[in-house]
Design a protein around this ligand. Structure first.
Ligand code: HAM
Length: 420
């Protein structure tokens, strides 16, 4: 590559027309159920103090230990491009004292997140998420609400090839004892050195090891779901019955392991079968100790992050038509001296909400009609000098080829009636 050729950084997806219309529709569909459930929008910084993620997400996670874009600013402060959204939302809620108002605080956000991962299909260094967080209620109905919102968003897009995997990771009461039990079990296995080290640092993550020789040894491993304390077991039971009441389908996956350290109790992941290795289209769960850990009150929380890039790919994989079928309603073709009136006509149509483009540069009828066809518009309006004298424009339906003269002062109303 010559050094004059510019290219986007590695692992950064771009969405260009016409695909970008489907991209916007994905974001729209996933956002709507959250807005309908009373979540308010928060616009948060894209970079934060590095310590927020070290304290909030966990130093031993891959996200923090290997994948952060960390830099020093001109004042010598260590900043990090946000790798995820939950820690930032907590920081903001504490800083702006939203937790002192009515609870739960229900918020949604969307935007770019950054992880220095090895790029591959569906795994990017700049990724986009749509997330919600509900802070300050332990009600299991809220857990079911959060999961149902995501499921409703996916279903609104028409997705069917995914499943919701669900488990409970227990709490500060029951997890330590379970962890000890699991560590003891893992110590008796024939594992390589790196896995042995992982078993000591984060035993739960070993359960997620995909290698068959490891999986074979894990068949009888103790599972958190079988060792929940009575309160966690009750809570989980209520989450499940609330999901059932909502008609939100899920499968239990007691070996579900998330990549971030803050999760407690209800934890879930949305897995799509059409994406290969990067099958997680979204995930989330409870994080009942996070706010206190970041210096706030002892308030519980639950939320999700849905991967917009992967959801977009999942829609593609299922061959779904997402977003508007066409991006343009009308293409205006001016001929000769009719140009100024045609431009005004285009403006009038646009102001009336009709998506309209115009042929520029005084092109001939043939070339302009070719552009009209390529534009994807449903109708062409041709305005020639003779039409102008007669106060009409020629309205052509590109699907049928029918052409009719329409009085100029009625054109906008007429076109609006024709459009769905
Ligand atoms: P996460 O599972 O790390 O959770 O990310 C959520 C979603 O973001 C993933 O399921 C995936 O679809 C997408 N994603 C993550 N990394 C990449 C990547 N490198 N390329 C493309 N897509 C990616 C969180 O971030 C939590 N903050 C979610 C949450 C909110 N939990 C509670 N509240």
């Amino acid at each position: 590559m010559s050094d004059t050729t510019l290219a986007a950084p590695k692992g950064v997806p771009e969405y260009l027309p016409p695909d970008s219309a489907a991209w916007l529709a994905v974001a729209d569909a996933l956002r709507t159920p959250a807005v309908n459930a009373g979540y308010g929008y928060v616009e948060l910084p894209v970079f934060e103090d590095t310590s927020l993620y070290v304290r909030g997400v966990g130093e031993s996670t891959d996200v923090v230990s290997k994948e952060m874009y960390t830099f020093e600013d001109r004042g010598g402060r260590s900043l990090t491009l946000r790798p995820e959204g939950t820690a930032g939302v907590m920081r903001s809620v504490i800083e702006h004292r939203l937790d002192r108002g009515p609870l739960p605080v229900k918020l949604w956000y969307a935007g770019q997140f950054f992880r220095a991962e090895r790029p591959q299909h569906g795994r990017y260094r700049q990724l986009q998420q749509l997330g919600i967080e509900a802070i300050g209620s332990e009600d299991p109905v809220l857990d079911a609400e959060v999961i149902t919102i995501a499921d409703d968003g996916y279903r609104a897009l028409g997705l069917t090839g995914y499943r919701t995997e669900l488990t409970s990771l227990g709490c500060a009461e029951c997890r330590p004892a379970y962890r000890e039990r699991l560590t003891a079990y893992l110590a008796g296995l024939d594992l390589d050195e790196a896995t042995r080290a992982r078993a000591v640092q984060n035993p739960l993550r070993v359960l997620d090891d995909k290698r068959p020789e490891v999986q074979a040894q894990l068949a009888d491993a103790p599972l958190m779901l079988d060792h929940l304390c009575a309160e966690c077991a009750d809570h989980f039971g209520e989450v499940r019955s609330s999901l059932d009441a909502n008609g939100t389908a899920y499968v239990l996956n007691p070996r579900l392991v998330r990549g971030l350290d803050y999760y407690t109790r209800t934890t879930f992941e949305f897995v799509h079968d059409g994406l290969g290795a990067q099958s997680g289209i979204g995930g989330g769960g409870r994080y009942d100790g996070l706010m206190a850990q970041l210096g706030g009150q002892e308030l519980s929380g639950i939320g999700f992050g849905l991967g917009l890039d992967r959801t977009f790919l999942a829609c593609r994989a299922e061959g779904l038509q997402v977003g508007p079928e066409r991006l343009l309603d009308v293409y205006v073709v001016p001929l000769g001296a009719a140009k100024a009136r045609a431009a005004l006509l285009a403006t009038e149509l646009r102001r009336a909400g009709v998506r309209t483009d115009l042929s520029y540069g005084g092109r001939g009828l043939k070339g302009a009609m070719k552009s009209a066809d390529r534009s994807g518009a449903a109708y062409v309006v041709v305005l020639g000098e003779r039409d102008l004298e007669q106060g009409v424009a020629q309205l052509k339906d590109l699907a049928t080829g029918d052409q009719t003269p329409v009085p100029l002062d009625q054109l906008t109303t007429h076109v609006k009636e024709l459009l769905p």
